[in-house]
Design a protein around this ligand. Sequence first.
Ligand code: PHE
Length: 335
Amino acid sequence: MDFSQLQQQAKQEAQDITDTKSREEYRLKYLGKKGIVAEIFASLSSAALHEKAAIGKAANDLRTLVNHLIEEKSKKTASTSIKPEQVDISLPGTSSVLGHQHILTQTIDEIVSVFEKLGFVTVETPEIETEFHNFTGLNIPLDHPSRDSFDTFYLDQQDRSAQGRRLLLRSHTSPGQVRIMKEHKPPLAVIVPGRVYRPDAVDASHSFMFHQLEGFLVDEKVKFSDLKGLLTEFCRRFFGKDVKMRFRPHFFPFTEPSAEVDISAGTLGLARKKWLEILGCGMIHPNVFKAVSYPSGKYTGFAFGMGIERMAMLKHGIKDIRLFYENDVRFLKQF
Ligand code: PHE
């Protein structure tokens, strides 16, 4: 028997293997019970003694070769042809992940919706402001520290409506009061949500950009008790009806009298500090009405301004303001 020719033949025929069927036929032809390798072993019994070792070795070599060729072919057929019956249709599908609104947007929407139900109208005013809207019209004197460039971002651009004055990034939403009152006569009940900017060093509770929501109501005979009633109702709807709050006297140049509102940390399940400040408010100062050319003595009104991040942090137990802006999905997914 010419063993090297047999090996050639095995290599040749292996090339015709195209699928599992031809591979099985090939395997049987060489390695089956009545296959070529078995035949060679069978021939051993009648072989001459000095030939036996060489024949045995040839049969073993052929078996090794054929096994190797089959293995090579199986790899190729597996990677090149996926047959329909090999697709497991019982596997779960790949679903697409649905996103949702950022927690700050959700908080703004929630606060806005409470005030809209109470009859307020939402207006957005510019983030780039004039000194008049941000300070002067709000009765903030020229030497007030908040006008300092340590406390306000000024732009290089000049304010074309006031010589020698530069534009700035609003440091609160209160300029919205001046803009809207300049354009509209009372009765007014308006909220102004939006971004504000202050050159604060960033830490767990400060950011150079954050969000506020301004609210004001102007009419004839508006009283401080109206302000108190409205904010009490708002806090109940936003934080829950058991929320405890207090009005603490304060000072703002654009309201008189002024107050800050605190809510009791205990009622929110926070143990740390007893009272937490949530907003500033008061009765609109007569000088603000004067700045927007309302007739003197005709109207009264109140205004308030709250920090949106603050509200969201208190409501959801968020400890660090920076989390809102880092866009870490592990944080965002929780809300
Ligand atoms: N503008 C004030 C602030 O940023 C808040 C405020 C608004 C106070 C309206 C009184 C009335 O701190």
